[in-house]
Design a protein around this ligand. Structure first.
Ligand SMILES: [Zn+2]
Length: 129
């Protein structure tokens, strides 16, 4: 039985005894139990948010050790294609550079996220030749 159920039970018993002071005290206890329950829920949600933030930050920290910059692009060890340096610098997000020219013309590579264009054809990892 939880705190709210217990305090409701106390309130019912107090009503049976028909002591007005006891009913008042039991009612206050019930209201306080409800408030505590609401605060508990808020705190649990906040804890979950913070846990998720910690997970995100850990993942970003791991990535920071794996990426390197070469020219205008960012690369990740063991991956062929380059990432947008703007998205990495500003948001710590790895977004692959893709061909964005009309009909896939070379030399029109860009970031699909922030629409930054990179004016060169080769976007491959220089450490993977
Ligand atoms: Zn970008």
């Amino acid at each position: 039985m939880g705190l709210i159920d217990t305090s409701l039970e106390v309130l019912k018993l107090a009503s049976k005894i028909a002591n007005p002071e006891l009913v008042q005290a039991a009612t206050r206890a019930n209201i306080e139990a409800l408030e505590l329950s609401g605060k508990n829920l808020e705190l649990r949600q906040r804890a979950e948010e913070l846990e998720n933030q910690v997970k995100e930050l850990k993942a970003q920290l791991l990535l920071t050790g794996e990426v390197f910059r070469e020219g205008d692009l960012v690369f990740r060890e063991g991956e062929q294609r380059g990432y947008c340096s703007r998205c990495w610098d500003v948001e710590r997000k790895l977004v692959h550079i893709v061909s964005m020219g009309a009909g896939g013309r070379s030399g029109h590579n860009g970031c699909p996220q922030c629409k930054t264009f990179y004016n060169f054809g080769h976007v491959g990892n220089p450490r993977m030749k």
